[in-house]
Design a protein around this ligand. Structure first.
Ligand SMILES: [Zn+2]
Length: 401
């Protein structure tokens, strides 16, 4: 499957992946990431075998699981887990904080790991916390997760307002019971949101615009004086999922000298899969609504029927999720290169946070991307840019040497 030429090119390149949710497996499931876990998409041995040699590890503070009071503690649990991994496997994984760290660690034939935070609500509206995150080594922050926070709108809120493809409205979660509140819509960034952007510019932290609402994106572009990154987003022109980046945004990131890194999630890369699974999701939502109108929530019969709905939902969606193949990832790369240019596209797998296409079962399969890019007549230098050099440039532009 992989030619000698592709192997040589791939294994001599910096392969910089900009989004992995794997730290959650270490924090919650106590997995030993230094061994072949045979689980999920990644571990250090499989990163080695796929030559995925520079990696942003996300601290994703799930706002539906953790309260405001718990958010900072949770973020620090991820940072500690990452530090401990570096301490336990110093011959394999080393923390990087700058572009020159990445280059040095790569020369030592080790994996360069960089921390990042997914979901700006984790700073609990405090620039001090943002600075604390920076001092732990966090070098990008995704401004929102799908839902809005107190200072920026997320894509899920906006998508439900504009009814792009009918994402459900975000829940109203009130602060008085300790939960983050999402009912506020800001029409993009608030004044404080703009302060966050300026502070990130100042301290040298990359602004990640994956997950944000369109209006938030345009406010960021207007406010930032440094290149931005979409750490895990695919092309909206190909797959009409609101999480993807449209052509106007691609052009704006290009002008900003930033980078958009393709997400491998099947409902982001395959339009057919996205549309068909969406229909099944809507069916499920309707069934649950019907059930709630006839049975008391939490009652035995409610629980029993809910279980049946979930089983049926899984049965219907499983074959659809298997249909997409990994070459569809490269269709997105092609489109993004066409619109944004060869200097503004990278890899943002979303490993351990996504459902990947057939052929891309885990990170050991990454050389297939290099092979497919060669099949499509990309030059060696262009492939090296997509694999990692573009992201390295943005990291250097934002964090300094
Ligand atoms: Zn994400």
């Amino acid at each position: 499957m992989i030619s000698g030429k592709a192997r040589e090119l791939h294994f001599s390149s910096l392969v910089f992946d900009t989004h992995s949710d794997s730290l959650g497996r270490i924090v919650d499931d106590k997995e030993d990431f230094g061994t072949n876990t045979l689980k999920g998409h990644m571990d250090l041995p499989r990163m080695k075998s796929g030559n995925q040699n520079a990696q942003f590890f996300a601290a994703f503070v799930d706002s539906e699981r953790f309260t405001v009071q718990e958010a900072v503690k949770r973020a620090n649990q991820y940072f500690d887990a990452f530090d401990n991994l570096c301490i336990k496997y110093p011959e394999i994984l080393v923390q990087a904080k700058t572009a020159s760290d990445v280059v040095r660690i790569r020369k030592e034939d080790k994996i360069a790991g960089i921390l990042c935070v997914e979901g700006g609500h984790a700073i609990v509206d405090s620039l001090d916390v943002l600075n604390n995150f920076y001092s732990r080594g966090v070098r990008y922050m995704t401004l929102t997760h799908n839902m809005s926070n107190n200072w920026a709108d997320g894509i899920q809120d906006e998508a439900s307002n504009d009814a792009i493809i009918g994402w459900k409205k975000s829940k109203l979660i009130h602060e008085n019971n300790g939960w983050l509140k999402y009912e506020t819509r800001h029409n993009g960034l608030t004044e404080f949101g703009r302060k966050v952007i300026k502070e990130m510019n100042k301290i040298g932290m990359i602004i990640d615009i994956s997950h944000v609402a369109r209006k938030t994106f345009w406010d960021v572009i207007e406010t930032t004086n440094k290149p931005v990154m979409a750490s895990h987003s695919s092309a909206y022109s190909i797959t009409q999922n609101p999480r993807n980046i449209d052509d106007d945004q691609l052009k704006a990131v290009s002008k900003n000298n930033g980078v958009v890194c393709v997400n491998y999630e099947v409902t982001f890369v395959s339009n057919q899969c996205n549309q068909e699974t969406r229909k099944i999701d809507i069916w499920k939502q309707d069934e649950i609504k019907k059930l709630e109108s006839t049975h008391k929530i939490g009652s035995n019969t409610h629980q029993e029927y809910l279980k049946k709905i979930n089983i049926e939902h899984n049965k219907l969606s499983a074959p659809l999720l298997k249909q997409p193949i990994y070459t569809e990832i490269i269709d997105h790369i092609d489109h993004m290169v066409n619109i944004a240019g060869i200097d503004h596209v990278g890899l943002g797998s979303d490993f351990d946070g996504s459902r990947t296409p057939t052929g891309m079962e885990d990170c050991s399969k990454i050389p297939l991307i290099t092979q497919e890019l060669l099949n499509r007549n990309y030059t060696d230098q262009d492939i090296r840019k997509i694999l990692g050099l573009n992201v390295l440039r943005v990291l250097e532009d934002v964090t300094g040497l």
